[in-house]
Design a binder for this molecule. Structure first.
Ligand SMILES: [Zn+2]
Length: 462
């Protein structure tokens, strides 16, 4: 089923193995299984990909089974790990903690096209009645080994743990590539610490409950944001600070992100169930974030898509949808005219990138872009930059501050594929010099991506 919104999302945290999606509430069947309808609604609402949270060995197993049976269009993925409140299971396991950990490891290793992260794991001191601090810490520590061995990113959970969580992350940071702290509800200071450690921040309805929450979300760097629903939990409720921002969402979109609902006792096939959050609500989270940050929703959605697809891609998988496969936007007035390009001459130098701009005779056109008066064409700029003729006082990639997770040897420009000199601090896109930066900045990120798609070019991963 085709999505009906211009935006596309990856819900990084949906508990789709929860019995509620089979119509079972507290062990009682309240209505028929509507799991597939939940997925249909999600797709219509732009959720092209969805990561099912594996909260323990059993549920991670179940998630992988369900995905194998039902995966359509490579929409569903899963995490493998053990939630802090479930960590007693390590010790209750018949074969002991080592065996439990090995089972998790095996599950992740044997399903490389399905499992995209280790987790959820972490610490939760709000719910110590389920598992003690000591046990939580012991088995959070143990799960870094899973990330280390599989090289998968981590899907992390943290609630009210003082400095314990951050300290454990710091102590183990060298053991995992990167990760996301999902359902973030903590302070600006903690968010900054985590961002400095190279982590992403996952936002859902629970992260947007209070005015203080909204202030924190405002501060998250754009290239560190991810969105989720945590369905069936964490819906945006009328009492939340976020709800006032829903009023600005266009009606057609509201119908997709928040379709009609009925109480579970009055279940009607095709409608949502009251108070059971669903992945189709991902768009609501996006809109609230865009509204409080005063950003363009479509542009922000694409940045978040990119943050997520880059982070959760695994070597055997094709998690990032090639942009060329995207459904065309209906009535889009943001189309970029394709420049006429001479057949790319194979050059022997370093100009081979995903998009060889040096071979393009005319720079691409956008009605929004006006050629700066003194500007040379893009080909000349690139040539000049290569021979260091341009003496512009701009930062080189050596002195751009970067979290450790994105410190590769070379920084490629996402647009040209060449080694870039300048990073837009807001979008994380890399450009060559101030002039090219100004040139590309006038196009919004979706336009740049649409342009790349029209050139059958890929966006280079950081
Ligand atoms: Zn969680």
């Amino acid at each position: 089923m085709l999505r009906r919104t211009a935006m596309r999302f990856i819900d990084i945290g949906a508990n789709l193995t929860d019995p509620m999606f089979r119509g079972v509430y507290r062990g009682k069947q309240a209505h028929e299984d509507d799991w597939h309808l939940v997925l249909d609604r999600a797709r219509k609402a732009g959720v092209e990909k969805l990561i099912i949270t594996g909260t323990n060995l059993e549920e991670a197993n179940e998630a992988i089974d369900v995905i194998k049976q039902h995966n359509e269009n490579q929409m569903l993925y899963s995490t493998v790990g053990c939630h802090p409140t479930r960590c007693d299971e390590f010790e209750q396991s018949p074969g002991g903690p080592t065996e439990y950990l090995n089972h998790l490891l095996k599950l992740a290793q044997e399903n490389p096209s399905t499992v995209v992260a280790i987790g959820e794991c972490g610490l939760d001191y709000d719910r110590l009645q389920f598992c003690s601090k000591e046990t939580q810490k012991k088995y959070f520590e143990a799960q870094f080994e899973l990330a280390e061995k599989t090289k998968l990113p981590m899907f992390l959970h943290n609630r009210n743990t003082g400095d314990d969580f951050v300290n454990m992350i710091k102590a183990n940071r060298h053991r995992f590539t990167h990760g996301v702290v999902h359902s973030f509800t903590s302070t600006v200071e903690e968010m900054k610490q985590l961002v400095d450690l190279g982590l992403y921040i996952g936002i859902n309805g629970c992260s947007l409950k209070t005015e203080e929450n909204l202030q924190v979300v405002k501060e998250i760097p754009r290239d560190r944001l991810m969105i989720e629903t945590d369905a069936p939990w964490c819906e945006i409720r009328p009492t939340h600070a976020s709800s006032k921002h829903l009023a600005k969402i266009p009606k057609e979109e509201m119908e997709l992100y928040a379709p009609l609902s009925k109480k579970k006792e009055r279940f009607e096939k095709g409608l949502m169930v009251k108070n059971r959050c669903e992945p189709c609500a991902t768009g609501l989270v996006l809109h609230v974030i865009a509204a409080i940050r005063d950003e363009d929703p479509e542009e922000l959605a694409e940045i978040i898509w990119k943050n997520t697809s880059n982070s959760f891609a695994n070597p055997t998988d094709v998690m990032p949808t090639p942009l060329t496969n995207r459904a065309p936007k209906k009535n889009s007035n943001k189309k970029i005219s394709s420049p006429s390009v001479s057949k790319a001459k194979a050059t022997q130098d370093s100009l081979a990138g995903p998009l060889n701009l040096a071979s393009i005779e005319k720079p691409f056109k956008s009605s929004k872009y006006k050629t700066p008066k003194k500007s040379k064409n893009l080909k000349q700029i690139l040539a000049a930059e290569k021979t260091q003729d341009l003496d512009l006082n701009i930062p080189t990639y050596q002195n751009i501050e970067c979290p450790p997770s994105i410190l590769p040897q070379q920084k490629y420009c996402d647009i040209t594929g060449l080694i870039a000199r300048y990073t837009d601090p807001k979008t994380g896109l890399r450009y060559h010099n101030a002039e090219i930066y100004q040139f590309i900045r006038t196009l919004s990120v979706p336009n740049v991506q649409a342009y790349l798609a029209s050139r059958n070019a890929a966006v280079v991963l950081k």
